[in-house]
Design a protein around this ligand. Sequence first.
Ligand SMILES: [Zn+2]
Length: 421
Amino acid sequence: MQENEHIGFFDCPLCSQIQDTELALAKVGSDSENTYLPLEIKKLQRFKRNEQDVADSPKVLQCPHCYTFYLYQSSYEYLINGSEVEESLKRLTPTESVEYILPVEYEARIRYFHSYLTDPDERKKSYSLCCMCFHYLYSDQISKIISLLEQQDSTCLHAIVNALYKAPIELLNSNKEPWLPLIRKQILASKGILREKFFHLYTRIKNEQSFTLCYYKKSHIFGKAVKEGNSILMLLEAKLFQGQEFDSMELLFPETYSDEEKKTFTFNQNCLCDCGFMWTIPVKMVVGAKEMTSNLECTLELGIPAPHGGISYEKLKLILKSGYLKPIETKLKSEHFSEALYEIQQKLGSKAYLRICYFCQYSDYHVAGGSLWGSMYCFRNQKQDYLQAITKEEYINVLRNCNARTYETDLCPEFLLREKP
Ligand SMILES: [Zn+2]
């Protein structure tokens, strides 16, 4: 173990020459394009906890001056037209290297970085924030991160969002309730790259409700969206859109953009139109007694504003892909998920079905019909009332007491396959 008195990290002549993360890619036979790790890495020393600790990769390296730890990884890929060697060097925060040091040493390092949290040097402050975020996450002191977020200092926000994004997902998930709303608040309050970073962090935590999508008009824009109850929050080119479904996506804070910035988009009654969306929804398919993961690839095309107030057309196509059956494709003509899913069920026949709300005994549409995606009612809290409602009037009464809405493609533990259509 190391002695306590050493040069502080920020004054270290060696570590200051090494970035937080260094990457290098070398291709045999093409020297001109190769990149290399900084030469200083040769001065780092191999760290071994004991004599048996001699595994080749990943290697833990340590600075001989300030005792900072690094993780070195390399991979070799054999390729006929020139093999590739990829190398990376990552500086470890005190928390990431906690297993290599004594508790007293760990505490000393945390105190050191804590003292730089308000340093005028942006680089020192950012790195210290990163170290402290990891420490707070691991030591279950989420409230400390929350109070840092509340300070609304731009350097501070960038550093925190970067650190949180790099943190293991189990840590982010274990105590997300108090600060998920705070991350959402940051998405709304920030702009540009910072908004994108917070949005990516948000979708990382809300993993199961989030998806990547492609918006297309003249060109393609890749974006992210996240389902929040009965609405979708979408990010395209750092702009936020919100709506229940993709044919009702409205731009949030439109007054903050110039006409030039909004030129990429066409709106009809404030909703995006004259464009297409492509996204994929993972769904569980049951074939015989076997349950398997499959994907619903969705394509939605929205027409131009029409004289009657709506849009000229709305066309949805679904392709069900699984490793088991050949892809099942619907015609690009449905207006709603309900029609397209019905078409898929007809093509699947009686041998297979999808475990999604659309096929559940306790989900149904309003007597007035449904819309594109997400207008189903879920009666799992009124099972008996729903099943016993025979007449239209009885059903309207049940509907009146139901405030749970669901997307056709969602699934909950109370799923029960619908017996009759
Ligand atoms: Zn050093």
